[in-house]
Every structure is written in C-alpha cells, then in structure tokens.
Design a protein around this ligand. Structure first.
Ligand SMILES: [Zn+2]
Ligand SMILES: [Zn+2]
Length: 117
C-alpha cells in the first residue's frame, strides 16, 4: 500500500538494483530503453507491522521484483510469500538445480548488494 512511496522506491532501487531478486528478470534487457530503471518494490514486512513508512528499512524490509514475481507473491492474500520461498518456487519451476559455483541463494546477479557493500 505504500509500495509506491517514491522515496522508499528510490532507496530500494539504490540498494537492490533494478533486476528482479527472485528470477533475475531485467526490464531493460527485455524492453530496452522503455524498460530502463523499471522494477517493482515489494515490502517484505507490512508497513503496518513496522509502525508506518518512516520505520521502513529499505535494505532489510524492501526488495525488488519484476511484475510477474510481484504478482505471484501477492497472489494469495492470506499467504504472501517470502523472497526465499519465491526463489525456491522459481527455481523448482525452471527445473534448475544449483549448477552455479557455490550457489547459496545468491541468484547469479552480481549486482546483489547483499553480497558486498
Ligand atoms: Zn521476477
Ligand atoms: Zn508487494
């Protein structure tokens, strides 16, 4: 509900980039100029539980998802998925078995700030 808060959105993109953290989708790769900088910001913890938008920590509480993944996370209102759960679902559906070197959840994206910074 606060997912369109422009400041939180900017902060989330600055920290997490514009590549979907669940499936790796990049709007610019898919849509070129038109998709550049586009990504949807998802709240891992409901703003209401945090006590309002001012209490949101963009690094811990927000993530970035492509439109498809974002829909899937929210598809069941009574059962919103966590990021890891969604990643597992994507992996399972793709039939990918961690074939990348030392994979521990980092989804190939070198831009994942959790890995460094
Ligand atoms: Zn995605
Ligand atoms: Zn969301």
């Amino acid at each position: 509900m606060y997912e369109r808060d422009p400041e939180l959105r900017r902060a989330a993109i600055r920290l997490h980039g514009t590549r979907c953290l669940a499936c790796g989708f990049d709007f610019e790769e898919a849509y070129g100029e038109r998709g550049r900088g586009y990504i949807e910001v998802h709240h891992l913890k409901p703003v209401s539980a945090l006590g309002g938008p001012a209490a949101v920590d963009p690094r811990a509480d927000l993530t970035v998802l492509c439109a498809n993944c974002h829909r899937m996370v929210h598809r069941r209102r009574d059962r919103v998925l966590g990021l890891e759960e969604l990643r597992e679902i994507v992996r399972a559906a793709r039939g990918v078995k961690s074939e990348r070197k030392g994979e521990t959840g980092g989804d190939a994206t070198t831009r994942n700030p959790a890995a460094g910074a």
